[in-house]
Design a protein around this ligand. Structure first.
Ligand SMILES: CC(C)(COP(=O)(O)OP(=O)(O)OC[C@H]1O[C@@H](n2cnc3c(N)ncnc32)[C@H](O)[C@@H]1OP(=O)(O)O)[C@@H](O)C(=O)NCCC(=O)NCCS
Length: 192
């Protein structure tokens, strides 16, 4: 799908139902017992806690929706500081089955990464061990598997932990500090 046809923007109330349907219909989320009612509830929560300021931020994270030809064709749910307090976390991404393989998923990841990398040098995500397709997708986008977490979301399913990095936290803090105007005092670097 050409980027010109794809529009990605923060979640609006009108997107809740199509996104919830996409989630509830997918075999992935069925394995995690996400029903249509539960998906709707989660999305309403995201919207209810959202506030404006450089995009929609909320306690529940950011939720962006991809539209093409007036239809919802995908979504991504992420947090800027959802991992280890400092780092970005991509929680869920989904693309409508009829438009998969056309770059919508990559476009949604690019949207989240742009925001996350503006704040810090790491993006983390977890992907079900059985979800070979999504693992191939993330590897294609530059993610590396760094570990496994058994029984994290649900008994019997191992989550594989993936990371995309531009360097350690301290290195970025040092670069930011180095860009600041010099003063006579010593520059102290803190990542907290
Ligand atoms: C995983 C998912 C989001 C990918 O979305 P998509 O729009 O089909 O992905 P894209 O078309 O942007 O693909 C980007 C790259 O990844 C590759 N890729 C995507 N899905 C792949 C798969 N199943 N197997 C191998 N490679 C895959 C594409 O070939 C493409 O590579 P290219 O740049 O060399 O062409 C989509 O398949 C999906 O919604 N799956 C169900 C939900 C899910 O598993 N979510 C992830 C866990 S939360």
């Amino acid at each position: 799908m050409s980027p010109a046809r794809l529009r990605i923007r923060p979640l609006h109330a009108i997107d809740i139902d199509p996104c919830a349907r996409l989630i509830a219909a997918d075999p992935l989320w069925k394995r995690y017992h996400i029903t249509l009612a539960r998906a709707r509830r989660l999305l309403r929560e995201v919207l209810a806690t959202a506030h404006r300021g450089g995009g929609r931020m909320s306690e529940a994270g950011e939720f962006a929706v991809a539209h093409s030809g007036g239809q919802v064709v995908g979504f991504i749910w992420f947090r800027l500081d959802g991992t280890f307090h400092h780092s970005g976390y991509v929680r869920w991404i989904g693309v409508a089955p009829h438009v998969r393989g056309q770059g919508v998923g990559a476009g949604l990841m690019a949207y989240a990464e742009r925001k996350i990398f503006a704040r810090g040098p790491n993006v983390f995500l977890m992907v079900s061990a059985f979800n070979a397709g999504a693992q191939a997708f993330y590897k294609r986008l530059g993610y590396t598997e760094i570990g496994a977490v058994p029984n994290y979301a649900i008994w019997g399913i191992t989550e594989r932990l993936f990371r995309k990095t531009r360097g350690p936290l301290g290195a970025t803090a040092a670069r930011v500090a180095a860009r600041r105007p010099r003063s006579t005092s010593r520059i102290s670097v803190s990542v907290s």
